[in-house]
Design a binder for this molecule. Sequence first.
Ligand code: AMP
Length: 219
Amino acid sequence: MTKCPPTIALILIGAPGSGKGTQAKLLQERLGFIHISTGDLLREHIKCDSSLGRQAKIYMDKGHLVPDSLVLGMLFERIAKPDCASGYILDGFPRTIAQAEALETFLRDKTVLIVVNLHLKDEQLIERLLHRVSCERCGTPYHLLYAPPRVQGVCDRCQGALKPRSDDNEVTVRERLCVYRAQTAPLVAFYEAHESIHTIDCSADPSAVMAQILALIPT
Ligand code: AMP
């Protein structure tokens, strides 16, 4: 009898603006793994005006983390879907040690975790976030100075409208970076102790960063 290969969960840790979403999209195309962004899942709930979305929005608008009582069930329900069986990319989860522990308990050794820490200096993070727009329809990200669309305000891929995120303003960006330092950065030491973690300098071109991540994926 042939044994199913284990599921691979690629965890992207990194401050806001480090390029987790960009890398997750590129890797999804390359590997066929499902891209799961807890931020996107929460924004979908806000768009649908669900009760979860209305509660989450209060925290997101301030740049604070949404409580685990709202995030964990939503994420685990998504991971359990059959399309995640061969592999998935977690973008923005876990964001605290408590979330990382909850994930380990949920997965119970059934999954190979590959943890990547995307590193970038604070000034570069802020510069990226304040010039970031993405397509409302397909989510393709752009940087208005370094990777602008061909036509201003219009997505190259699907002609959708390009918009900045409501939490990409200077006040909320600074708060999100503080929250990252206090609550998410300790995950690096956590994963050093529990699994291995690979730190990658993500100031390079996105395709060069992706090549370094791809080299970590078992074939
Ligand atoms: P992101 O799209 O990953 O930058 O997330 C946007 C916002 O969604 C964050 O600033 C948080 O308010 C919320 N959020 C996303 N993922 C999580 C998570 N794993 N835990 C708590 N809040 C989250």
